[in-house]
Design a protein around this ligand. Structure first.
Ligand SMILES: Cc1cc2nc3c(=O)[nH]c(=O)nc-3n(C[C@H](O)[C@H](O)[C@H](O)COP(=O)(O)OP(=O)(O)OC[C@H]3O[C@@H](n4cnc5c(N)ncnc54)[C@H](O)[C@@H]3O)c2cc1C
Length: 412
């Protein structure tokens, strides 16, 4: 299961975008925004989106807001968020690498001379009463609540969603990313969801839902307090239906490019979309504002260790893990002792010969010599010292194992 991050409610807007725009009121360079969303919001997405929506009139032609959903860690607004784009650098355009973002380019005017840095965007008072045409990228937990709040304020909203359904990462996809199990190639087949078949939430439903749309058990559905992923997906679908959000979602449509255009002192955003699987169906539209809610769990982060590239066994990332059958009778090294590493290790230990968890955050009292788990076939180790061409994996504490598979449970 996923382990929530802790920390104050924050929204960090894309630095590369903001620093190249004029007229934005920025209050902080890196610490982001402490969300003061409406009191009814528990989940991060609700809180952040509320703030964005409240400020939306002032976003006209001025910014792109990035919204992260639901990294909730506490009863009230307690989550962390970060920028949506891992490697956005330049003022005049930047590629989105590193975070699994399908948007290829976001471009701002080169003639902009603002030296502001990233931070909080407040609305300009003069714009507050105007209705904006807003594009929301992504129909996950964050995109849905963003759309709801914007619609409530009378804005004209289109949500672009690359898949066929709402719910984002919670929509289980049995597909994996072809043979590229580590997600190394930028051109690989993309699968958004990292859910594995058995995943249940690691937060109780009372704090998983939007506060004004409680996540209650429903007849005939998964009523557990820590429900499975399908129940969360169904809840988000309920939310979308209840607020009639589906009418404004364009499914199977990915946003490939967002660029600002300046016309008589008014900045607007050009959004280029592509109908999935129909490469010739490319469209460009202008918007007053764009809110990026594209999630951040689909580009694997990998562990680095000597010998990794020449190690002969199979390496994969947990983003491409769905169920344990392919681990039957295998000796597996799992890198990462956080929530997904621990959870998946226990699941595959039911069928694997041996599971060796390599972690860097064990408590000082951990015993590397004693196996754990219900079958006594899980061992804990420190970090990997090196992986050898004969298949051996050496650990820093001195242990070693001849392994078949290395599974990176190292986040995204
Ligand atoms: C394995 C796992 C377990 C988790 N468990 C929990 C948990 O127990 N509790 C909890 O609170 N949180 C958990 N989380 C965190 C989870 O990410 C959040 O709960 C939340 O759902 C994120 O919502 P989001 O809208 O920000 O992103 P997502 O749900 O990722 O939605 C983003 C949407 O944007 C779409 N999109 C992306 N790029 C484009 C594009 N270019 N054009 C058009 N559409 C695009 C995607 O298709 C997707 O629908 C877990 C995450 C993972 C990966």
């Amino acid at each position: 299961m996923w382990k929530p991050s802790t920390g104050a409610a924050m929204l960090t807007l894309c630095p590369g975008i903001l620093c190249s725009l004029n007229g934005i009121h920025v209050t902080s360079s890196s610490s982001g925004l402490r969300v003061r969303g409406r009191a009814h919001c528990h989940v991060a997405s609700a809180s952040v989106s509320t703030e964005i929506a409240k400020n939306s009139a002032g976003l006209r032609g001025r910014t792109i807001g990035c919204v992260r959903g639901w990294s909730s860690a506490g009863r009230s607004q307690s989550f962390s968020s970060a920028t949506c784009f891992g490697a956005m650098k330049s003022r005049s355009g930047f590629t989105s690498s590193g975070n699994g973002v399908d948007i290829r380019w976001i471009k701002t005017n080169g003639d902009d001379t603002s030296n502001q840095t990233a931070g909080v965007v407040y609305p300009s008072k003069s714009c507050k009463s105007k209705s904006c045409k807003v594009a929301v990228i992504g129909a996950g937990a964050a995109g849905l609540v963003t759309a709801r709040e914007l619609l409530r304020e009378g804005h004209d909203v289109i949500v672009f969603e690359q898949t066929k359904s709402v719910g984002g990462v919670w929509v289980y996809d049995p597909e994996i990313e072809g043979d590229d199990l580590l997600g190394l190639s930028q051109d690989r087949k993309r699968v958004h969801s990292s859910m594995y078949a058995s995943l249940r939430t690691n937060l109780p439903r009372e704090i998983m839902g939007y506060t004004d749309f409680p996540f209650l058990p429903r007849d005939g559905r998964d009523g557990r307090r820590f429900p499975g992923h399908a129940e969360v997906a169904a809840y988000l679908q309920d939310f979308a239906e209840f607020y009639h959000l589906l009418d404004c979602v364009q499914f199977s449509t990915s946003v490939d490019y967002v660029g600002s255009c300046k016309d008589q002192n008014k900045i607007s955003w050009k959004v280029r979309t592509r109908r999935r699987h129909q490469t010739d169906d490319v469209k460009e539209e202008q918007f007053d504002a764009v809110v990026v809610c594209n999630g951040h769990y689909s580009q694997p982060k990998l562990a680095e260790f000597p010998g990794s590239s020449s190690w002969p066994g199979v390496q994969m990332h947990s983003h491409n893990y769905r169920e344990p059958s392919s681990f039957t009778d295998q000796t597996v090294v799992v890198i990462g002792n956080a929530a997904s590493g621990e959870d998946i290790s226990r699941e595959i230990a039911d069928v694997a010969k041996e599971v060796h968890i390599s972690g860097r955050t064990w408590s000082a009292s951990v015993d590397f010599s004693e196996p754990i788990g219900q079958h006594g076939n899980i061992w804990r180790h420190s970090t990997i010292e090196c992986a050898c061409e004969d298949g051996t994996v050496l650990f820093a504490e001195g242990g070693c194992v001849s392994a078949d598979i290395i599974l990176h449970c190292t986040g995204a």
